[in-house]
Design a protein around this ligand. Sequence first.
Ligand SMILES: Nc1ncnc2c1ncn2[C@@H]1O[C@H](COP(=O)(O)OP(=O)(O)OP(=O)(O)O)[C@@H](O)[C@H]1O
Length: 381
Amino acid sequence: MLQLWFFSKNQDSYDRSHEKLLCRSEKVIYRLFKQLSHKPLDRSPDVPRRAVTVQPPRSNIKFEGIVGHSTPLLEVLDQVKLVATTNVTVLILGESGTGKEKIAYNVHLLSSRKSKPFITINCAAMPADLIESELFGHEKGAFTGANERRIGKLEAANGGTVFLDEIGELPLESQVKLLRFLQEKHFERIGSSKTINVDIRIIAATNRNLEKEVGEGRFRLDLFYRLNVYPVTLPPLRERGEDILILAKHFIEKTATALGRKIIPEFSARVLRQLSEYQWPGNIRELEHLMERTLIKTQGQIIDSVELPTATSGKSFSSTEADASKTLQQVETEHILSVLKRCNGRVNGTGGAAEILGMPPSTLNSKMKKLGIKRTSSYGN
Ligand SMILES: Nc1ncnc2c1ncn2[C@@H]1O[C@H](COP(=O)(O)OP(=O)(O)OP(=O)(O)O)[C@@H](O)[C@H]1O
């Protein structure tokens, strides 16, 4: 940010002589930034003339479906802008629901591959024995049940981008096969000896700490190096400040439009405070689902209550100080247990714990495993 200040003994003299200087300086800066960014600056008449604040534009690029303008988000978008036009493998890291898939899609859209396919492979949703067929395809009769030829996703994405979501969940035996493809850039369909060459860009994402996974023998170091060429870490929602309320409003408006509601309700001051202070363990997905539920339940013009999970919302706000002594793992465990209790232990489906927490059931299951939470129907009842 560049600020220019002009001082003058009296108002008239300022207005007449410095105005000229100001305009000239402004023009020079304006031309400079225009050259740098190819984007015109906002020269709205509302900007006070005496202190001219010229904000260098962070980006003149449009990001598809990305709402928010907090500094942590803008920093991520700057990185996305830099890497998108290259062919480099991107590893997107961040908690569940922070928008990793959205960012991956934007990398694709900003690349020269944008008119070619963008194909997502959810590594957590696939059993180990199916992954090879999913990735590479198979010939008819290659194994029992292979009744016809199937084109794998890597082949279908030729020319475009493959997004390997939840890569940290990929079974070890599948990691070897993926690594081989990443090194050689070609493969054979199962049951065929014909080599298929493809030109694809790989983007991978995970909510796991892959270095820790490598250390504990669950993720191959060589595959980690292959994927970790350009890491981009998404901030959790609780660290995105003003974006929480911007996103909340966005989701209320989006849901209202989808439901054909004419009145878009406003948040009460209390709700604004609750939304800002809540920790959002399920990040944007949790906020999105909460806003959908809230709008459905709101008939008037004011949203004066939101049903945040009891572990935090039921307490007075000052009690959050007591929680500061707990580790994130303890808070996460307690929060998941309290949601599971509310759902009678049900993880999947509408109103299940995964939906409430704003994450896919597979992610919740692996989180529970990691935190040592057993599946039962009577949590604390
Ligand atoms: N910046 C954003 N603006 C608006 N909506 C967003 C933004 N980021 C994410 N979302 C929405 O939040 C939800 C979760 O996003 P996404 O699936 O990309 O997260 P994720 O990090 O890939 O989650 P997971 O790790 O569970 O796969 C989606 O509905 C997505 O549309």
